[in-house]
Design a protein around this ligand. Structure first.
Ligand SMILES: Nc1ncnc2c1ncn2[C@@H]1O[C@H](COP(=O)(O)OP(=O)(O)OP(=O)(O)O)[C@@H](O)[C@H]1O
Length: 305
């Protein structure tokens, strides 16, 4: 393990290599290799049933792989290392009948925290999540979104060495999303690697340094946003003062969409760009001809189709 970061804490990286898991005939996770570097925020995305939860369960050792392995700082992960991971499972799993603060303190103490420190940390986090007034209520009395805030609090407490969160943002209102994003940022800034799954692509785009896109159990794209964009098609938008339907007749161009004066297209060669511009200038006023960044949703659709 390496020593890094201003806090001087030990920080590590985890990864999966060729993880595979079958359920009967179904290959739920198929040769998945992914890396979560120190301090990185990695978004794990994919449609329903793509295999995200199954992969996370294997990382946590709750499910055995049929093949492949989980490494922690380059060596097979141990049970002790897994215990240092802050994990938020899909099935959640706090006690509905126990009071919010009591159970957070109880869980923190299982992780070796002292009672007073655990209480102070839990109170501070609950306040950050807007639950400062609800600490003595039973969990089941809280709305689902507020229960979710407590679940997240449990995962991020007691200085986890890494965070693996299964859809931590689902069901949170925008304010809670911002509070959670801020808490997670403080953890990753201290070097803690974070892997979280989400269906909210705009959120993933906002928070993540890197992405892993899963489809039918396989990694179909992975890397930084820039790397994913580089692997995709370059798009251009043309905006004129006249109808742009004529772009369909130009060679070297694939038209993705035409809506009156606006056309979205891909240019196959540099010549095509010149030809497009010449033709456009001959036909009217060119208000814009610019390369456009694909949204994460577009990249996602492209690699999972
Ligand atoms: N214990 C199990 N027994 C049988 N099949 C399972 C089991 N757990 C998961 N599966 C199947 O494995 C596939 C992957 O499921 P998984 O829950 O990992 O996907 P996911 O990407 O987390 O989906 P979602 O976004 O819907 O939560 C699905 O087809 C699911 O039905």
């Amino acid at each position: 393990m390496r020593e890094r970061g201003r806090t001087g804490r030990l920080v590590v990286m985890f990864e999966t290599r060729h993880l595979t898991r079958r359920f009967g005939e179904l290959v739920a996770v198929d040769d998945v290799s992914l890396e979560v570097p120190d301090g990185a925020t990695v978004g794990f995305v994919g449609g329903n049933g793509a295999g995200k939860t199954t992969t996370m369960r294997m990382i946590m050792g709750l499910l055995g792989p049929d093949a492949g392995e989980v490494l922690w700082d380059g060596a097979p992960i141990t049970a002790a290392e897994r215990r240092r991971i802050g994990y938020m499972p899909e099935e959640r799993g706090l006690y509905p009948k126990q009071r919010v603060l009591d159970q957070l303190v109880y869980l923190a103490r299982l992780h070796g925290a002292g009672a007073a420190a655990a209480r102070a940390e839990a109170v501070a986090l609950l306040e950050a999540f807007g639950l400062g007034e609800r600490t003595d209520e039973k969990l089941e009395k809280l709305s689902l979104g507020n229960q979710q805030r407590v679940q997240v609090t449990a995962a991020v407490m007691t200085e986890p060495a890494a965070l693996i969160l299964d859809e931590p943002f689902s069901g949170l209102d925008p304010e809670a999303v911002d509070s959670l994003a801020e808490v997670l940022r403080t953890r990753t800034a201290a070097g803690v690697p974070l892997l979280f799954s989400s269906h909210q692509l705009s959120l993933v785009e906002r928070l993540c340094d890197r992405l892993v896109i899963l489809s039918h159990g396989r990694v179909v794209a992975a890397g930084t946003r820039e790397e994913l964009e580089a692997g995709g098609e370059s798009r251009h938008r043309l905006v004129m003062d006249v109808d742009t339907g004529w772009v369909r007749d130009l060679p070297g161009i694939t038209v993705l969409d035409v809506a009156g004066p606006t056309a979205l297209l891909t240019l196959e060669t540099a010549d095509a760009r010149r030809a497009l511009l010449t033709e456009a200038l001959a036909r009217g006023d060119v208000r814009e001809l610019a390369e456009v960044r694909p949204t994460l949703a577009e990249i996602y659709r492209e690699v999972t189709r």
